[in-house]
Structures are given as structure tokens and as C-alpha cells.
Write a new protein. Structure first.
Length: 177
């Protein structure tokens, strides 16, 4: 029993010392901050699509509405059928009635087509949206001049750094021989 009591404090102290050890750095060195002296915007020429509305005027042919297109042949067929029936006598009355109807319908169609108005022309405005490519300067990053430990350095960043920039400091020993 005495061995168990001594082993527990020793085990706890070993575990505590292991958990408080700092993790090994992923990359050599450490991170510090440096004062930004100047941040120059860097631009690149790019083609940017801009929607533009294009409009023009077209001349189009408009047919007049054909009202009563069946009235001429219908009236001509009725009149022709009645006349054919009246002129015919005896056994040929049916064929004369049918012939008069067909002839009257053809004449009625010709007369109604001749009375229709000719097609007219009109100017119509048409529009469409197209993309026009325009050259435009786009911000691609910043050239940053900064001071660290009395020395001036330059780097490039994607975003504006502000007053300070984070730097990774790495110390390598120099061989003394």
C-alpha cells in the first residue's frame, strides 16, 4: 500500500512536467512585429467586362389585319349556288348548283383579296445587352518597406499591412572558424 501512495505523486509530477513543456516550433525562429515605413499599392492591368445596352432602329413590314377574309368567298359561294340552281332545270340542277357555288366562291375570294390593304412599314426600336471589355487597373497587393532592429527591409503583401507588420525572425549561428 505504501508503494502505491508514493507512486501516485511521482506519476502526477511526471505528467505535469510533460504537459507544461512548450511544443516544438513548426518552423525555425520566432514571430515579431516591425514598423511599416511605407506601403505602395501595386496595380495590374486587367480586362473587365462591363454590360452595355446597344439599341438600333429597324424597318419592319407589317401586314394589315385580314378581317373578313372568309366573307368574300362565302358570299360568292352562296350567290353562285343560288344562281346555278335557278338557271338549271331538271336533272342537272345539282351539278349546276355545285358549279355555281365553286365559281361564286372563287370570284368572291378574288374580289376580297383585291380589297385588302397593302402591307405597311414601321420603324421599331430594338435593344440588347452586350459585355464590353475595358482595360482597368486592379489592385494586386502592396510593396511594403519596414524597419526591424534598425535595418530597412522590403516585402510584398496581398493586403494593406497597417502601421506594423508581423515578421518571422530566424537566427543562424555563424561558424567562428
Amino acid at each position: 500500500m505504501r508503494r502505491t501512495i508514493l507512486a501516485v505523486p511521482i506519476g502526477i509530477s511526471v505528467l505535469a512536467s510533460c504537459s507544461t513543456a512548450p511544443p516544438a516550433p513548426a518552423v525555425p525562429g520566432y514571430v515579431d512585429t516591425a514598423e511599416v515605413l511605407q506601403a505602395e499599392p501595386l496595380y495590374q492591368l486587367a480586362q473587365v467586362a462591363r454590360p452595355v445596352n446597344e439599341c438600333w432602329t429597324e424597318t419592319v413590314v407589317q401586314n394589315s389585319p385580314r378581317r373578313g377574309v372568309y366573307a368574300g368567298p362565302l358570299a360568292g359561294g352562296i350567290i353562285g349556288g343560288v344562281l346555278g340552281n335557278r338557271l338549271a332545270s331538271g336533272r342537272g340542277s345539282t351539278s349546276m348548283t355545285v358549279g355555281g357555288t365553286l365559281l361564286g366562291a372563287a370570284i368572291g375570294h378574288t374580289l376580297s383579296a383585291a380589297s385588302q390593304r397593302p402591307p405597311t412599314t414601321a420603324n421599331v426600336r430594338r435593344c440588347r445587352t452586350v459585355n464590353r471589355l475595358e482595360p482597368r487597373q486592379q489592385l494586386v497587393g502592396y510593396r511594403v518597406h519596414y524597419r526591424y532592429e534598425g535595418q530597412t527591409f522590403t516585402t510584398r503583401t496581398r493586403g494593406y499591412p497597417g502601421k506594423y507588420i508581423r515578421v518571422r525572425v530566424d537566427v543562424d549561428p555563424v561558424d567562428g572558424t
